[in-house]
Design a protein around this ligand. Structure first.
Ligand SMILES: Nc1ncnc2c1ncn2[C@@H]1O[C@H](COP(=O)(O)OP(=O)(O)O)[C@@H](O)[C@H]1O
Ligand SMILES: [Mg+2]
Length: 249
């Protein structure tokens, strides 16, 4: 089966004074349509770098990104990015933030905005300003904005790291619901093993210096998943072991 998303990185290095800091080498990630894949690894191992490459945001990398077999040469509507912080425009309403990519913050937000807001649990809050939202609500807006352009792939870089643990669990289940409802393929960076196991069909473990794929752990726990299910705990142990072998723990 052809993967929907392929990220082939031969090398990514950054100039460091006279020398080079080689961050990624020979990393090949393939994600099938509808699949949810997590990237985990030590801080600084190149996860965000890899995700930026996948988004077509890194022109310096020696890399190729393919969507449905076709090269991605820059940012595209088909591949959307959700960052660790919501990155909302503070002067625009929630509804206009959601619609910004298509409507440029000027047009009257379409009825689809209200539908999306309801879907992420923010029905009726479209007129609010970002400063009137909690951190978790703001991140829900960021997810709605990611969905508004109807992308095929959503890339998320530690999307729930800045919210409290309770909100985090709720946002994980929200993400699962919406990506399944919209048939979206997901590549996600997290440093939380529980989160990786709960969300993913497959967990890719990176090692560092330079970042390479150390292991891929399939998570074959049936959905909807019960966090306390022994098979989830077995998958957790597999990922933790792989991280340990990759010297990330
Ligand atoms: N724009 C940049 N210029 C120079 N070095 C960078 C830049 N972005 C990232 N790096 C370096 O690349 C390495 C990987 O960074 P990053 O991909 O952010 O790691 P991670 O997301 O896994 O924590 C780090 O050593 C970081 O310092
Ligand atoms: Mg990062």
């Amino acid at each position: 089966m052809t993967p929907l998303l392929e990220v082939h990185v031969r090398q990514r290095r950054y100039a460091q004074g006279e020398a080079w800091n080689e961050v990624l080498r020979d990393v090949h990630v393939r994600v099938a349509a509808g699949e949810i894949v997590s990237l985990v690894g030590a801080s600084g191992c190149g996860k965000s770098t890899l995700l930026r490459i996948a988004a077509g945001l890194d022109r310096e990398a020696d890399a190729q990104v393919l969507l449905d077999g076709r090269p991605v040469i820059g940012p595209t509507r088909d591949i959307r990015f959700v960052f660790q912080e919501p990155r909302l425009f503070p002067w625009l309403s929630v509804a206009r933030n959601v619609a910004f990519d298509l409507d440029d913050g000027r047009a009257q937000p379409s009825p689809r905005v209200e539908e999306l807001l309801a879907e992420v649990g923010l029905a009726g809050l479209g007129a609010r300003l970002p400063k009137q939202l909690s951190g978790g609500q703001a991140q829900r807006v960021a997810i709605a904005r990611g969905l508004y352009v109807q992308p095929r792939v959503l890339l998320l870089d530690e999307p729930f790291s800045a919210v409290d643990a309770f909100t985090r669990l709720k946002l994980q289940d929200l993400l699962l619901r919406v990506v399944q409802a919209h048939g979206i393929t997901v590549l996600l960076v997290t440093h939380d093993i529980d989160e990786a196991v709960h969300l993913s069909d497959r967990v890719i473990v990176l090692d560092s210096g330079p970042g390479r794929i150390a292991a891929e752990v399939p998570v074959s726990v049936p959905r909807p998943r019960d966090r306390d299910d022994p098979s989830s705990q077995a998958a957790f142990a597999d990922v933790r072991r792989a991280l340990h072998l990759a010297h990330a723990l």
